[in-house]
Each structure stands twice: as C-alpha cells, then as structure tokens.
Design a protein around this ligand. Structure first.
Ligand code: NAP
Length: 285
C-alpha cells in the first residue's frame, strides 16, 4: 500500500477534500499550493510551477503524487496549455526527480483522441504526458464531483441567491455526479491495488441524471424562478463574460457525456453514494 502522498492543487475542491480524507485514514500527506494558505491536513509546501530547485528533495520518499491542478476556463493570463498541459509535464518531471513511482491524475469525462473542445484537448495532452512518462499511472476521467463546496453546487447556490436559476437549452442533457468521499475511497483503492496500474478509468457515480432533474432536486422544493434560455443566448452571455456558465461549461453540458460506471464499480468493489442524499446532506436548504 502506498501510504505517503503528495497532492498538487491541494487548496482546490478535490485536493482539499481528498487530502483531509486520506489524512483521517492514516496517510501521510503533503499539499503543494501556489499561495501562502496552509492546507487543512498534513504538511504544506508552496510552489508556483512544480519545478523550483529543491522541491523534489522536500517530497522525496513519497509513494505517490496526486495531480489535481487544473482549470476549466481560460483567460488571457492563464491558458489551458500553460496550466493543464505544462503543469502535468512538470508533475511528471517532479515525480522522476523525487523518485515517486505512482501518479494519479483527474481528467474529464468525454476526453479522448478525437476531442475538439479546447479544454478536452488540453486534458488529453496532459493524459498523454502521463501515459508516456514511464511512471505507474492511473487517470480518472471524471463527471461532476459533488460535495459540500464543489464548483457546480457553488454555481447553483450563487444563482439561488440571485433568485433565478438558468437552464441553458432543453436541460435534458445528462451527467453522472460522483460524491467526493467516494472519489477519496476510489483513490485509496487505487493506491493499494495493482489492478489500477496504467489504466484510464471513468470516474462516475451510480446515477445518470438530467440537468433539469438535478436542478429540481438541488432546489429541494425552494420556490426559485427557473428560466430556460436557448443555447445561443447562453453562449452569447458566456462570450461576453456574463451569466453563470463559461463557454466550455456549456459545451460540456451539451456534450451529454456518460461514462462506464459498471467498470469502475467492478474494479473498486465498493458501494457508491447516490447524489440525492449528498444534496440533502449539504444542509443548504
Ligand atoms: N470538480 C469537478 O467536478 C471535476 C470534474 C472533472 C475533472 N476535474 C478535474 O479535477 C481537478 C481538480 O478539480 P477541482 O474541482 O478541485 O478544481 P478547483 O477547485 O478549481 O482546484 C484547482 C486547483 O488547481 C490549482 N491551480 C489552478 N491553476 C494553477 C496554476 N496556474 N498554478 C498552480 N496551481 C493552479 C488551484 O490553485 P489555487 O487553490 O491556488 O487557486 C486549485 O488548487 C482539475 O484538474 C479538474 O479539471 C474536476
């Protein structure tokens, strides 16, 4: 069993939650962050690019690196290539310098060689850096990961505060939310089993749910106006930096990506949490 892990993107939603879960379960954890904020678990190390001299020696002897840096929206100052691809490349080099043999990466559900979406292309290129690294790798292609403070729920909660929930298009496109604690459990299994070695696996929950249904259940009977807008208007707003969704968010929603839950469940052999109880437990209502 790999018991000591280094986590990049340790202050993000996935990094923070997985880090706390692993710490509580007896793992020794080091969180790599780019700002001076300490992680609420293990040891914190600050790094900008994962490539500073001396960084490798500080994490030497760790069993695995969990690469959770990523971004889903580009800006002039921060493009996908420089974050999603280059930092994956740097993570691989860091593993080699620090003699860390195992790397776990979270990619996106829907990513593959034929991707045409900028975000997916960057994730695919990051995957390729890892696949061809010579390291023992496990790559998870994740649907929406949900928990207390996940980006999707935060977005919906912001809309609730504004008194209006926007549904682009029909709202019939689907996804497979997976509970963050289940993601942590899957990662623990991955750290302990050779059957996850050198594999790309969909990271999806047990339910396939339409966006319409998810929003309805998120509202939990709360009387909030639901406004359906066509995709043209939604893209118009996104392109003008308005509205709750980014351009690539909208494309992923319209993509209706569904993954192979049976394969994941068969590999890990554990019971997964349904999204309904996760929404109820968030205590937002
Ligand atoms: N959440 C989901 O539903 C979901 C679904 C599919 C895939 N994923 C993937 O899972 C990974 C983690 O997602 P998340 O939800 O935890 O995202 P998140 O909350 O936005 O966290 C992203 C992390 O990446 C770090 N980061 C971003 N740009 C960086 C840069 N230029 N240099 C250094 N660090 C940088 C952030 O650092 P700061 O804390 O300093 O901002 C943060 O810690 C990402 O790769 C994401 O694409 C997530």
């Amino acid at each position: 069993m790999n018991r000591s892990v280094v986590i990049t993107g340790a202050n993000g939603f996935v990094g923070r939650n997985v880090g706390m879960f692993l710490s509580k379960n007896g793992f020794s954890t080091i969180g790599l962050v780019r700002k001076g904020r300490s992680v609420p678990f293990g040891k914190t190390i600050t790094t900008g690019t994962l490539s500073e001299p001396g960084l490798a020696s500080k994490i030497k002897g760790s069993d695995a690196l969990l690469h959770f840096i990523g971004q889903g929206k580009q800006t002039v100052d921060s493009e996908y290539g420089s974050v999603n691809v280059s930092l994956a490349k740097n993570a691989v080099v860091l593993c080699k310098r620090a003699k860390i043999k195992k790397i776990i990466y979270i990619s996106g559900l829907g990513v593959d060689k034929s991707s045409t979406l900028g975000y997916f292309i960057s994730k695919y290129k990051a995957e390729q850096e890892i696949v061809h690294s010579g390291l023992d790798y496990t790559i998870f292609r994740a649907s929406y990961i949900i928990g207390r403070d996940d980006p999707l729920s935060q977005n919906l909660q912001q809309q609730v505060k504004k008194g209006q929930m926007i549904i682009p298009g029909s709202g019939n496109y689907r996804f497979q939310p997976i509970f963050i604690d289940d993601v942590s459990r899957v990662i623990i299994k991955t750290l302990s089993g050779k059957k996850f070695s050198n594999k790309i696996i969909d990271l999806v929950g047990p339910d396939i749910v339409s966006y319409n249904t998810f929003v309805k259940e998120f509202l939990h009977g709360k009387k909030i106006k639901i406004k359906k807008i066509d995709f043209e208007s939604a893209y118009h707003d996104a392109l003008h930096n308005k509205g709750p969704f980014g351009v690539d968010d909208l494309s992923i929603m319209a993509g209706d990506y569904i993954g192979n839950y049976k394969k994941l469940a068969g590999l890990v052999g554990m019971k997964f949490t349904k999204y309904g109880p996760v929404l109820e437990a968030r205590g937002l209502f």
